[in-house]
Design a protein around this ligand. Structure first.
Ligand code: ATP
Length: 593
C-alpha cells in the first residue's frame, strides 16, 4: 500500500473530526512561529551585551535588556505551554476517537463475513486479533503523530529555514543542503528495514496464534507432559523474532550514526561560515548563536524523520492487512431477499457437490436428499463422512460448488440469510457456551425473552433444578458448568428460540444416560410439525427416525427407514452392528431376561 492510498483509506475515519484537525493545524502554525523566538532573543541579547561591553557600560545599563528578554521569554513559554497542551490534547483526542471508530467498524464488518473467512489460514483467532490490534494501533499512532509530531516539527523547520535565508543566503543554503542528505539516508534506512519489519509482523502474528493455542490446549499439553515441546516451539519462534529485531536495531543504529555525523558537519560549516561573516564585518557576533539555533530548528525535525518514517512504514505494513480485513467485501455473507411469511421446512438437496474453501479435496459428492417437515431425519456415518458439512450447507454457512438446495421449493440462495437463520435452531457438539452467566447464555436464543421463559426452556432441557442448586443460580458463569451441563444449556437456548427447523449435531454426545433419555423425550415432544435433522452416533437417536441417510466418504450411500436400510446389508448394517456390539447387546439382553 502506498502512502497516498493509506491516507485515502484513513480519510473517512478522520473526516468526521475536521474541526479537531483544523484546530490542531492552527495551533501548529502558531507554535512554529513561537519556536523561533529563542533564536531571536539570543541574537538580540548577545548583540546588546557585546555593544554594552564595547561602550564599557556596566550591569546597571544592562538591567533593562535583562528585564525585556525575561518578559519576552516567560510570555513565550506561557504561550508555548498552552499551545503544546492544546496540540497534545486535541491530537490525542483525535487518536482516541479514530481508534474507537476503526475498532467498531472492523468488528461490525468482520461479523458480516461468511464462515469461510474465519477458517482461512491468515484469519485464525490469534492472527486475526493481532492484525486488527496492530492495525488500529499503528494507524491511529500515525494520525496522532502526523498532527502532534510531523506537522509541528516540519512547520518549525520551514519557518527556521526561511529565517536562515533571510539572515544570509549562504547560511540558508547550508541548512537547505543538509535536508536532502538526511532525507536520502532516512529513506534508505527505512527501505532496508522494511523487509525485516514485515517479517517481525508475520512472526508476531504466529506467536500470538501459538500462545492462544497453548492456552486452549493446556489440559492436553499437561496430560501428555509436552510442556518441553511447546516451550521449544515458542523458543524457536522467539529466537527468530529476536534475530530479526536485532537486525533492525543494528541497521537503525548505523544510520543514526551517519545522520548524526551529517548534522554535526552542518553545524561546523555554519559556525565557520558565520564566524567568517562576523570577522569580515558583515554580521554582528549575535549571529553565531542565532544561526546555530536556527539550524537546530531545521535539523531537529529532520532528525525525527526516520522515527516518523518507521511509524509510517509500520502503519503501511500493518494497515495493509488491516484494510484487507476491512475491505474483504467478497467475504460478506451472501444473502437473498426472500422472506416468506411462514417456513414449512421442506428441504430438497439436488446433486450437490461441495469443497471447503482452501481445500483441494472435495468433501461432498452428488448429494441428493429430501427432508420433510413433521418427520425426523437422521444423518449417520463414520467420522469425517461429511454429516456436519451437510448441515453447514443447509444453514447457508457455505455455498455448494454445484447442484441446488431448495427450501419449500425456493432456492436457499434466494433466502434472506438473517431470516433463514432466525428460523433455524442449531445445537452443536462443542463451542456453544459464551463467557457469561447461565441466564445470558440461554437468553442468546431469544434476547427479548423474560426470565420465566428462560427458566421454562431450562426446565425442558432438564437443567433447571441443577441451576437452582448452584449458589448463584442463573447468575452463575456458564463456563464453570460441566460439558454435559453446557450441552443442556445449548439445548435450552434452542428451546427458547423455538424455530421451525432444528439441526442437532450429536446433541447428547456429552450427556449421561438419564439426561440423554430426558432430552430425547423433550426433543421428541418439540419435533412435531418441525423439520428436525439429527446427526448421531447413538442407536437410540437414530433408530426411530422417519428417514435415515447414511454417508460414507462424502457420498450418501443408503437412505430409508431403519428396517429398510438394515436389510440392504451395506454400510448402515455395518455401522449399526458395530454400535450394537459395542453396547454388548447380548449381555444387556441377558440382564433383562
Ligand atoms: P464427525 O462425525 O466426526 O463430526 P462428520 O461426518 O460430521 O464427522 P465433517 O465435519 O462434515 O464430518 O467433515 C467432513 C470432512 O470435511 C473432513 O475431512 C474434514 O476434515 C473436512 N472439513 C470439515 N470442516 C472443514 C473446514 N472448515 N475447512 C476445511 N475442511 C473441513
Amino acid at each position: 500500500m502506498s502512502l497516498l492510498n493509506l491516507f485515502r483509506n484513513i480519510n473517512p475515519y478522520v473526516k468526521p473530526y475536521k474541526g479537531l484537525v483544523f484546530l490542531t493545524l492552527f495551533l501548529t502554525l502558531i507554535g512554529a512561529l513561537t519556536a523561533q523566538v529563542n533564536a531571536w532573543v539570543l541574537r538580540y541579547t548577545v548583540d546588546q551585551i557585546a555593544f554594552l561591553l564595547e561602550q564599557h557600560k556596566l550591569l546597571k545599563e544592562g538591567l533593562s535588556i535583562m528585564a525585556t528578554i525575561s518578559i519576552i521569554l516567560v510570555t513565550k513559554e506561557i504561550v508555548n505551554s498552552l499551545l503544546v497542551f492544546g496540540q497534545k490534547y486535541y491530537g490525542e483526542k483525535l487518536r482516541i476517537y479514530v481508534a474507537r471508530d476503526l475498532a467498531q467498524t472492523v468488528i461490525e464488518k468482520v461479523l458480516t463475513y461468511r464462515l469461510a473467512f474465519f477458517t482461512s489460514n491468515g484469519n485464525q483467532p490469534g492472527k486475526l486479533q493481532t492484525r486488527i490490534d496492530r492495525g488500529i494501533e499503528s494507524l491511529t499512532r500515525l494520525v496522532q503523530n502526523f498532527f502532534i509530531d510531523i506537522l509541528p516539527l516540519f512547520a518549525n523547520s520551514i519557518v527556521a529555514l526561511i529565517m536562515m535565508f533571510n539572515a544570509n543566503f549562504y547560511v540558508g543554503l547550508v541548512g537547505l543542503c543538509i535536508i536532502p542528505i538526511y532525507f536520502y539516508l532516512s529513506i534508505r534506512q527505512a527501505n532496508r528495514m522494511s523487509g525485516s519489519r514485515r517479517n517481525i509482523k508475520d512472526l508476531r502474528e504466529v506467536k500470538s496464534h501459538g500462545i492462544l493455542n497453548i492456552l486452549e490446549s493446556i489440559t492436553v499439553i499437561k496430560s501428555f507432559i509436552r510442556e518441553d515441546l511447546e516451550t521449544e516451539k515458542q523458543l524457536t519462534l522467539q529466537n527468530d523474532l529476536t534475530d530479526t529485531q536485532m537486525k533492525v536495531r543494528k541497521l537503525s543504529f548505523l544510520y543514526d550514526g551517519l545522520k548524526n555525523f551529517t548534522e554535526q558537519i552542518g553545524i561546523v560549516i555554519i559556525i565557520i561560515l558565520t564566524a567568517y561573516l562576523v570577522l569580515t564585518g558583515q554580521m554582528t557576533i549575535g549571529a553565531i548563536m542565532f544561526h546555530i539555533m536556527l539550524f537546530n530548528n531545521v535539523s531537529a525535525p529532520i532528525r525525527q524523520l526516520h522515527r516518523i518514517y518507521d511509524q509510517m512504514n509500520d502503519a503501511l505494513i500493518y494497515s495493509e492487512s488491516f484494510f484487507d480485513i476491512l475491505k474483504a467485501d467478497h467475504e460478506t455473507e451472501p444473502s437473498g431477499t426472500y422472506k416468506p411469511e411462514k417456513i414449512a421446512g421442506k428441504f430438497e438437496v439436488k446433486n450437490v457437490n461441495f469443497t471447503y474453501p482452501g481445500n483441494k479435496e472435495r468433501t461432498l459428492f452428488n448429494i441428493n436428499m429430501e427432508v420433510l417437515p413433521g418427520k425426523s431425519t437422521a444423518l449417520v456415518g463414520l467420522s469425517g463422512a461429511g454429516k456436519s458439512t451437510v448441515i453447514n450447507l443447509l444453514d447457508k454457512f457455505y455455498q455448494p460448488d454445484s447442484g441446488e438446495i431448495l427450501l419449500d421449493g425456493v432456492s436457499l440462495k434466494r433466502y434472506d440469510t438473517t431470516f433463514l437463520r432466525d428460523n433455524i435452531g442449531l445445537v452443536l457438539q462443542k463451542n456453544h457456551i459464551f463467557n457469561g452467566t447461565i441466564e445470558e447464555n440461554i437468553r442468546y436464543g431469544n434476547p427479548h425473552a423474560s426470565l420465566e421463559e428462560v427458566m421454562n426452556a431450562a426446565k425442558k432441557s432438564y437443567i433447571h433444578e441443577q441451576i437452582m442448586n448452584l449458589p448463584n443460580k442463573y447468575q452463575t458463569s456458564a463456563l464453570t458448568l460441566s460439558g454435559g451441563q453446557q450441552q443442556k444449556i445449548a439445548i435450552a437456548r434452542m428451546f427458547l428460540k423455538n424455530p421451525p427447523i432444528i439441526f442437532l449435531d450429536e446433541p447428547t454426545a456429552s450427556l449421561d444416560a438419564i439426561s440423554t433419555e430426558q432430552i430425547k423425550n423433550s426433543l421428541d415432544a418439540i419435533k412435531k410439525d418441525r423439520t428436525v435433522i439429527t446427526i448421531s452416533h447413538s442407536i437410540s437417536q437414530i433408530i426411530d427416525s422417519d428417514c435415515i441417510y447414511v454417508m460414507k466418504n462424502g457420498y450418501i450411500v443408503e437412505s430409508g427407514t431403519h428396517e429398510q436400510i438394515y436389510h440392504l446389508d451395506g454400510t448402515y448394517k455395518e455401522i449399526f452392528d458395530a454400535m450394537a456390539r459395542s453396547l454388548n447387546i447380548d449381555k444387556i439382553s441377558k440382564t433383562f431376561e
